[in-house]
Write a protein that binds this ligand. Structure first.
Ligand code: FNR
Length: 343
């Protein structure tokens, strides 16, 4: 697999990447997935070699129920990251979401950093824009352009209330977004996915989105990459960041809430850090597991490093499947997972 080398960071997106790589800006606290456990099955009656982790997503077959969650685009650094992610995702047949394409819609020079379709021709590729941009001049044309730019299989709109509120330059008018999303759904050539960025989707928000026809929801719950801390670090107001640092819906709770809404395809994400977390997310109700931060360091290294990280997650997932006696992802999704009463 060939690999793309990195140039030094230059701008806001580069600053996001640099800060996101800082482990101290994750969390806070222990993973909410540690509160959940499977009952061990000492007599699983399946052969490890026959465990099948494949699933279908957006009409394409994946080798495992994994999505590399949206991260970046727009800088030289981002281009190298996206190319390594694309090559790694294609080599292992997992889905890939790119970061916000807003800058590329405003400045054609930035498009190149997103142009990875030819490196990942057979896997689902997801475009990305901030939903709040629908209140700042973006509409159907910009959404269509974002889809065309990368030959996207779906467009992701992210909801990032806290992140915008903590950015000095943030866009904070979140009025009337639901009707704006509702108008988009029937007009887009590909499915719309709505996600958070680390504070989670509640049952009520999931119901409202499903009510206007959004069929794919991504929890991006609390417990992983912490945008409150990252933006507070950028703006220099660390106390404001710490005040809101543990705001949000823990990912396991968000997955269960969203999965309870009928007819919704659930992407469970936010703080998943192992194949065991992936297994728990699926048993809690997710159809696919999304991870961003765990792929960031490998993506700054090489496509092989991305593929190796995917292999590790799949191995951990398969060990969990063997030890609960689930041969397929559908069987894993039917496996009970229990909450510890105390730790
Ligand atoms: C992100 N995330 C993100 N989400 C989004 O919808 N659009 C974006 O442009 C970005 N940008 C971005 C940059 C970097 C460096 C990271 C680490 C993350 C959020 C991401 O997709 C995901 O929802 C959260 O990070 C939660 O997952 P993890 O990181 O805890 O696995």
């Amino acid at each position: 697999m060939s690999t793309t080398t990195l140039s030094p960071p230059r701008d806001r997106k580069a600053e996001h990447i640099r800060l996101a790589l800082d482990e101290s800006l994750q969390g806070p606290g222990a993973s909410a997935f540690d509160d959940w456990y499977f009952e061990h099955n000492a007599l699983p009656e399946i052969d490890f070699a026959e465990i099948d982790t494949s699933v279908e997503f957006l009409g394409k077959k994946l080798s495992a129920p994994l999505l590399i969650s949206a991260m970046t685009g727009g800088t030289g650094l981002a281009r190298a990251i996206n190319e390594n992610l694309a090559r790694g995702a294609e080599a292992r047949r997992v889905a890939l979401a790119l970061g916000s394409q807003r800058k590329a819609l405003e400045d054609v020079d930035q498009v190149a950093s997103f142009a990875v379709r030819e490196l990942a021709p057979s896997v689902p590729l997801l475009g990305n824009l901030g939903a709040v941009q629908l209140n700042y001049g973006f509409g159907l044309d910009e959404c269509r352009a974002a889809i065309e730019m990368i030959g996207a299989d779906a467009l992701v709109l992210h909801l990032n209330v806290l992140q915008e509120a903590l950015q000095p330059e943030g866009n904070t008018n979140f009025k009337q977004l639901l009707p704006a999303i509702a108008r988009l759904v029937p007009q887009l050539p590909v499915p719309l996915v709505v996600k958070e960025v680390g504070a989670g989707l509640s049952a009520d928000v999931a119901r409202r989105l499903a009510g206007v026809g959004v069929r794919h929801l991504d929890t991006a719950g609390r417990g992983g990459t912490n945008w409150v801390r990252i933006e507070a670090q950028r703006s220099g107001d660390v106390p404001l960041g710490e005040l809101f640092a543990d705001w949000g819906i823990p990912t396991p709770d968000s997955i269960r809430a969203v999965a309870a809404v009928p007819g919704v395809f659930v992407i469970g994400s936010g703080g998943l850090r192992s194949g065991l977390d992936v297994a728990k997310a699926l048993a809690l109700g997710a159809d696919l597991a999304g991870l961003a931060f765990p792929f960031l360091t490998p993506a700054t290294e090489s496509a092989d490093a991305v593929a190796t990280r995917i292999d590790r997650f799949v191995r951990e997932l398969k060990i969990a499947m063997l030890a609960v006696g689930a041969r397929t992802i559908a069987e894993l999704q039917r496996t009970p997972v229990h909450k510890r009463s105390s730790r």
